[in-house]
Design a protein around this ligand. Structure first.
Ligand code: FMN
Ligand code: SF4
Length: 454
């Protein structure tokens, strides 16, 4: 089995890594020590030069994002670490925090220093009870050891970290909805511009970063921007932790340089498709990225190559289906999720995801009409880029990609009047039942008048 390249996951196998003493013994907090000898601007330049791109989905250059945070507004500046991790199939942030919480905290502290923030927030979903506890303990340790609080490592720099637990909603991972939730409002996205870098938390300049993004920062400080830029591809440097799930023998998180072919991750790292079956489809970056197929297995897992192949790298969550899976059912289940998680703010998303889910259920259950197939695509077109935030665009990905690669499965559902992947059941009832015929009673024989008058 391929081992990949372990930078962020180097100490995962050692349970002791969760403790600050072990983290420091193995070189931890060296990046912070180095950062504190530099000016905040120099830290930003180093991260810019490394080419680090956000791992939360969009791949925006991290150093550039930090450089957008103005320092002359007279307002406090904030750093918000996005530990909501709600994209289906994605689970590397959770393991990063559970197994090596100080690596993440060190990234938070360096990033806060770079944007000159003195109160950083970590937003996590309420369901993350265990990683939440690990993080609480790590924060307490960092305060005790002088890595947080007043006068960090006698540098004069001060930082407090607040861990905030949300109630658990997919939309609260979207950065502006996250800010609303953090402020105590309903978790719904906000109009951009103004972007959070300029007007974010409490209308103050705010840098928002994903957990995996921040975990890379200490390594860049210790080893230098050139070292980091030399890993992966030119435009997508560094490693990525790929979360593999679904029909594979060894599901799990695997770290590998950006640009590693999907075949290596699925077949060598995750042990190949379950029961020796054929791979049918896979997502490169969670449920909101279009499905790719077996023919794309040699595409490199980096932002550019995946975009060229017609999808998105997203969060690097590879959800694998095999020849036994019904792609109409897969699409229907994903759309159920989006319809449930739509925050309801705008019509194309709120109504569109609901209607599409109903139509997909109809097709999957064998009641679909031939015209439903193009109609699904049409509704998808009317949602894509016409809603307020990217949740809706993500919801369209399973529709368009399954229609593109597995249209025959949709047609087969309609032709057979049932799902071709399940055993035929007893003949189904027609969609609209005809009224039963009126019962016919024999006409009563007339009673003779003589009988009545008797
Ligand atoms: C519906 C939706 C859900 C999202 N969920 C997450 C999430 O759970 N974690 C995350 O880091 N980013 C998530 N994002 C992306 C964030 O909005 C934001 O781009 C990211 O946190 C920025 O960090 P980065 O630059 O380090 O990638 C989500 C975006 C959308 C549209
Ligand atoms: S696209 Fe969906 S999730 Fe985003 S604001 Fe509109 S209704 Fe809410």
């Amino acid at each position: 089995m391929s081992e990949g390249l372990r930078i962020l996951t180097a100490w995962w196998a050692e349970p002791e890594t969760v403790w600050i003493t072990r983290y420091v013994q193995t070189g931890g907090y060296k990046g912070l020590r180095k950062a504190l000898t530099m000016t905040p601007q120099e830290v930003i330049e180093e991260v810019k030069a490394s080419g680090l791109r956000g791992r939360g989905g969009a791949g925006f250059p991290t150093g550039v994002k930090w450089s957008f945070v103005p320092q002359d507004t007279g307002k406090p500046t904030y750093l918000v670490a996005n530990f909501d991790e709600s994209e289906p199939g994605t689970y590397n942030n959770r393991e990063l925090v559970e197994r090596d919480p100080h690596q993440f905290l060190e990234g938070v502290i360096i990033a806060s220093y770079a944007v000159q923030c003195h109160t950083a927030f970590i937003y996590t979903r309420g369901e993350f009870l265990f990683p939440g506890r690990v993080l609480e303990r790590a924060i307490a340790e960092a305060y005790d050891e002088g890595f947080l609080g007043k006068d960090i490592l006698k540098s004069g720099y001060q930082l407090d970290v607040v861990l905030h637990k949300g109630a658990g909603a997919y939309i609260c991972g979207e950065e502006t909805a996250l800010l609303s939730s953090l402020e105590g409002y309903r978790g719904q996205p906000r109009l951009r511009p103004p972007f959070p870098a300029v007007e974010g938390l409490y209308a103050s300049p705010t840098a928002i970063n994903n957990v995996e993004t921040l975990c890379n920062v200490p390594h860049i400080l210790v080893n230098g921007a050139r070292w980091f830029a030399g890993i992966g591809t030119e435009k997508s440097p560094g490693t990525k932790i790929f979360s593999v799930s679904g029909k594979v023998n060894v599901p799990g998180n695997f770290e590998a340089p950006m640009g590693t072919p999907a075949r290596v991750v699925i077949e060598e790292m995750a042990g190949g498709v379950l029961d020796g079956k054929h791979l049918k489809a896979w997502t490169p970056g969670g449920s909101s990225t279009p499905f790719l197929t077996e023919e794309h297995l040699d595409v490199g897992l980096d932002f550019e190559s995946i975009a060229e192949a017609g999808s998105l790298l997203g969060t690097g969550a590879l959800m694998v289906t095999d020849e036994r899976d019904c792609m109409v059912r897969v699409c229907q289940r994903l759309l159920q999720f989006y319809a449930h998680e739509s925050c309801g703010k705008c019509t194309p998303c709120r109504e569109g995801t609901w209607w599409v889910t109903r139509m997909l259920t109809r097709v999957e259950e064998g009641f679909g009409r031939r015209e439903d197939i193009p109609l699904l695509g049409e509704i998808g077109d009317n949602i894509l880029f016409k809603a307020f935030c990217a949740l809706a665009d993500g919801a369209v990905s399973p529709i368009t990609s399954t229609l593109k690669y597995f249209r025959d499965e949709y047609e087969e559902h309609v032709r057979l009047g049932r799902c071709p992947f399940t055993e035929p059941r007893a003949p189904r009832l027609p969609a609209v039942r005809e009224a039963p015929p009126e019962p016919s009673w024999p006409e009563p024989a007339p009673i003779p008048l003589s009988e009545i008058l008797r």
